[in-house]
Design a protein around this ligand. Structure first.
Ligand SMILES: N[C@@H](CCC(=O)N[C@@H](CS)C(=O)NCC(=O)O)C(=O)O
Length: 291
């Protein structure tokens, strides 16, 4: 590894050029809305504004799990937000999530409606509201919340760190890829050791901790995220793979991962979800076939 650097930071950083890379056009050093745009509101208690990324599908998996348990109060409209077109910078979106990132959630069953931002906060809000997918005993609950918060804290090293420099950056920087590959492999080993003795993240019970961790770390192992399974030798994390398959086999997981989807086969993408029947009638293959 060379120790030379071609770049000396100036005294004060200025935003004068796009940094390059896949998301350069939407990255800004300032927050707040760029344009006026209200959010649409559908007929259900919950209004979700999202995209079918790992952060987005955590929440749609939870909604589908709640509905599968019979919680009709968890009916939701899932609106499609195109982050590459700056949908997250509209005034209505920013009012729902001042951090301008999908997912954003509004609970219209309260008066006034309640906003929830950050996917981990949404999972906890829904788990508490419906008293589901979170252990009741304090020890199990602590374990579940520990893993939920582990995911929220650990994953930026996987996404913003490893994923960015391995898959999206305009140049391959050995130092950055080495640093974050090391950390992601360490994280996968944390999961693998834990899952050697535990069926699910919080023990014997499937919880919101699994819903938070599966889309990211299951995605890396199945190669759906960053196409890096070979590079990271993810097949060696056999306990993660066992758990990943068990979670993936759940019907609510296969439904939830389709919602607001833009990746994969057209029959697995349900761009917007406003009704349970939409899974049968409004997937992209059917929409495209209808012209
Ligand atoms: N910690 C946030 C992260 C959300 C996030 O990073 N969302 C990305 C897509 S996965 C996004 O909206 N990016 C658009 C942008 O950065 O402008 C959460 O879990 O809700």
């Amino acid at each position: 590894m060379s120790e030379s650097s071609e770049y000396t930071p100036p005294k004060i950083w200025k935003w004068d050029t796009e940094s390059g890379g896949r998301f350069a056009s939407i990255n800004r050093p300032i927050a707040g809305p760029t344009h006026e745009k209200d959010l649409p509101v559908g007929k259900h208690p919950f209004q979700l504004y999202s995209l079918g990324t790992p952060n987005g599908i955590k929440v749609t998996i939870m909604f589908e799990e709640l509905l599968a348990l019979g919680h009709s109060g968890a009916e939701y409209d899932a609106w499609f937000i195109n982050i590459m077109d700056g949908g997250q910078f509209g005034s209505g979106f920013v009012a729902a999530n001042p951090n301008s990132k999908i997912p954003a959630l509004m609970d219209h069953s309260t008066d006034p409606p309640t906003r929830i931002f950050e996917s981990g906060a949404m999972l906890l809000y829904l788990a508490e509201k419906f008293d589901a997918f979170i252990p009741k005993d304090p020890r199990g609950r602590a374990e579940c919340l520990s893993w939920l918060f582990w995911q929220m804290g650990a994953t930026p090293f996987l996404g913003g760190g490893f994923g960015h420099f391995y898959a999206y950056a305009p140049i391959k920087i050995e130092y950055a890829i080495d640093r974050f590959a090391m950390e992601v492999k360490r994280q996968l080993d944390v999961l693998d050791r834990h899952l050697a003795d535990n069926e699910y993240m919080a023990g014997a019970e499937y919880t919101i901790a699994d819903m938070a961790i599966w889309p990211w770390y299951g995605g890396v192992v199945s190669n759906a995220v960053y196409n890096a399974a070979e590079f990271l030798e993810t097949h060696t994390y056999t306990n993660v793979k066992r758990w990943m398959d068990v979670v993936e086999a759940r019907k609510a997981v296969s439904r939830g991962r389709m919602v607001n989807g833009v990746f994969g086969k057209p029959e697995h993408q349900l761009r917007e979800r406003h009704d349970a029947d939409d899974f049968d009638t409004k997937t992209q293959d059917k929409i495209e076939a209808a012209g």
